[in-house]
Design a binder for this molecule. Structure first.
Ligand SMILES: NC(=O)c1ccc[n+]([C@@H]2O[C@H](COP(=O)([O-])OP(=O)(O)OC[C@H]3O[C@@H](n4cnc5c(N)ncnc54)[C@H](OP(=O)(O)O)[C@@H]3O)[C@@H](O)[C@H]2O)c1
Length: 264
């Protein structure tokens, strides 16, 4: 299916690895010129070159910046003011006991997982509204609607994104600008693979055996009993960015492998 995205420009935050990189790749596959972001300019350049080699008809560019820093966000906007698509993917997560979540940790999570994305929306949404076309996607998590209790500082920030998306969506009435949230379930980013490999470091097991064992023991509620592949989230994001998805307005869109047990 041609998603009608050729020659659009997309900024994908945190796109040097994991879900962000997969979203950038799937957008580039659709002919989108992607702005790759991460804090290391060298790492960003490596991914830019990788995408350029795979999709030579597109023009990926280096958008390295620490987007938690408001000055760097503004500099990024001044360098790339014209984008059609903003994917707020960058986010941090870690299992923590509630009693260890200090005020400083709460602030770090709020700044990183909410304020960085909100700051970029403040800069880019007015431009999209002027042009009456644009796509903003927030990457939340199933933790946004089904907190496991294992990472309270994370779940709260992901719930906030759902509310923020709907508030911003209200500003887009009558335009082809959409603001939506994707809720991935457990997804096999390099980070997650590293954690699983660490858990089974002393076992003689293939990756498939480790994955099966981990899912059975730790995530029995997953109906797919495997990690979602980042490319699956990437394809969904590309669709939500497409002109065919204009009727998604402020929607939380779940691709959670069946983790959330409710219908809605
Ligand atoms: N993996 C999962 O199972 C899962 C499930 C549900 C939702 N999610 C959500 O999906 C998103 C991506 O997760 P992931 O597992 O793919 O992440 P990841 O592998 O940890 O990748 C994070 C990316 O963000 C970049 N980054 C980190 N801090 C940054 C900053 N301050 N400014 C700019 N870039 C920054 C990293 O590059 P540098 O470190 O080089 O800056 C990297 O490119 C997150 O919002 C996460 O909460 C993940």
């Amino acid at each position: 299916m041609d998603m009608g995205l050729i020659n659009k420009t997309a900024l994908v935050t945190g796109s040097t690895k994991g879900i962000g990189k997969a979203i950038a790749i799937e957008l580039a596959r659709e002919g989108v010129n992607v702005l790759i972001n991460g804090r290391s300019a060298d790492e960003v350049e490596r991914v830019v070159n990788e995408i350029k080699a795979e999709f030579p008809a597109t023009t990926p560019r280096n958008a390295a910046a620490d987007i938690v820093d408001s000055q760097q966000r503004e500099a990024l906007f001044n360098k790339f003011p014209d984008i059609d698509i903003l994917v707020n993917n960058m986010g941090i997560y870690e299992i923590m006991q509630y009693e260890d979540v200090t005020d400083e940790v709460w602030e770090t999570y709020f700044r990183t997982n909410v304020l960085a994305a909100n700051g970029l929306c403040k800069l880019y949404l007015p431009e999209m509204l002027k042009r009456e076309f644009g796509r903003i996607i927030f990457i939340a998590s199933e933790e946004a609607v089904m907190p496991s209790g294992l990472m309270p500082q994370y779940g709260v920030t992901k719930s906030m994104l759902l509310s923020l998306a709907k508030s911003l969506s209200k500003l887009t009435t009558g335009t082809e600008v959409t603001v939506n949230t994707l809720l991935p379930g457990p997804t096999l980013s390099e980070n997650v693979q590293h954690i699983i490999d660490g858990i089974y470091a002393n076992e003689e097991m293939t990756w498939a055996e480790k994955e099966r064992s981990f899912m059975k023991t730790n995530l029995p509620q997953s109906e797919i009993q495997r990690f979602i592949r980042p490319s699956e989230i990437g394809r969904l994001a590309a669709f939500v960015c497409s002109p065919f998805a204009s009727a998604f307005k402020g929607s939380p869109i779940r691709m959670d492998g069946g983790m959330v047990p409710t219908i809605f």
